[in-house]
Ligand binder design. Structure first.
Ligand code: NDP
Ligand code: OXD
Length: 309
């Protein structure tokens, strides 16, 4: 099987080693040195150039290096007969759990306040509520959101989750759909967004949603920048309705140097690092997909193009 690799962010050499350790006869070709396009069977990609995946007439599957496939699906020249397999891997999940725990604990224990007090050399303290009194809500109860919700619940936060369809997650109060959203938001003091970016979820973190959160709530967005209406967040922070935000993803990445998020005192910006795929961990799943392509077996973690995730 010949695999075409494209990514400006992922380490091609580590991927080559990790994959060929497990599948020595894999023909691993890094874009643009892909040779004869007719020979390529599988593409392993993150943000390939628009139209690129049309160049391979014998492509049988597109394997995404990312969990989120919104950018890929925005390419209207993407061949529509090909299955898209999204990234599901413990390294990605573990990284996300760590990041969200850190961000939620930082809001819960008011570290943004203590960071400011430190800079001003002020000995100023307030006692936070116990974790058991701080209600956290996770939007999206999929591979990442489900695990994040479980980890937060294990830290004794009362956790609720919100999904499209009904779900059961042990230790997590589950809401779903438009009707469930109102009750979910009304009880959520720290909101974590782990939704896929789709037509239904674009701009969902907006003024109306913020107004439904209790006063003083904090927001953690680790999903996609397109979920958040930037100006609405700034207005909700400036009015005092929201107390803080941790943002890892942005409409434009890298976040432009003059974007107001960089200098807003209640916002922490990180450069899309909440989680990343470790090749040595994720190679097994990719090899399994290649094996299934070769054997003509059904693929796992295939994106439903209709729902966009
Ligand atoms: P999954 O596809 O496993 O889960 C998606 C969840 O969102 C499901 O619970 C789904 O509901 C829910 N959902 C989808 N649409 C709606 C809707 N309209 N209303 C309510 N709930 C909805 O995704 P993952 O957990 O693997 O990943 C989530 C996202 O995290 C990715 O799409 C990506 O954008 C982002 N991400 C960010 C990273 C970073 O470093 N910042 C790293 C990795 C991922 P249901 O269960 O009913 O289908
Ligand atoms: C992903 C990401 O979707 O890293 O995997 O954002």
């Amino acid at each position: 099987v010949a695999l075409m690799f494209y990514s400006n962010d992922d380490p091609a050499d580590r991927w080559r080693r990790a994959l060929t350790d497990l599948m020595p006869d894999l023909d691993f070709r890094v874009w643009p040195d892909v040779g004869d396009p007719n020979e390529i069977d599988v593409a392993l990609v993150w943000k390939p150039p628009r139209g690129e995946l049309r160049r391979y007439p014998n492509l049988k599957a597109i394997l995404s290096l990312a969990a989120g496939v919104d950018a890929m699906l925005r390419d209207d020249s993407l061949p529509d007969h090909l299955p898209i397999v999204r990234m599901v891997d413990p390294s990605l999940t573990d990284g996300m759990v760590e990041y969200v725990l850190l961000a939620v604990l930082r809001h819960h224990r008011m570290f943004d306040h203590y960071e400011r007090m430190h800079r001003e050399a002020r000995w100023d303290y307030v006692f936070p509520p116990q974790a058991a009194e701080r209600r956290v809500g996770v939007m999206g109860l999929g591979v990442l959101g489900g695990e994040v919700a479980r980890a937060l619940a294990a830290h004794r936060f009362p956790v609720a989750g919100w999904s499209r369809g009904p779900k059961t997650v042990a230790g997590v109060e589950c809401f779903h759909g438009g009707d469930g959203l109102r009750s979910f938001l009304a009880r959520t003091e720290i909101l974590v967004c782990l939704l896929p970016l789709t037509a239904e979820t674009a701009d969902i973190l907006n003024a109306d949603l913020f107004a439904r959160l209790p006063r003083g709530a904090a927001v953690v967005n680790v999903a996609r920048g397109g979920h958040l209406v930037d100006a609405d967040l700034i207005a909700a922070l400036d009015s005092g309705h929201l107390s803080g935000a941790t943002l890892d993803v942005f409409r434009e990445e890298p976040l432009p140097p003059d974007h107001p998020f960089w200098r807003h005192p209640k916002i922490l910006v990180t450069p899309h690092v909440a989680s990343y795929t470790v090749p040595e961990s994720a190679a097994a799943g990719v090899v399994e997909s290649v094996r299934r392509v070769r054997a003509g077996e059904p693929l796992l973690n295939v994106v439903d193009r209709g729902s966009g995730y």
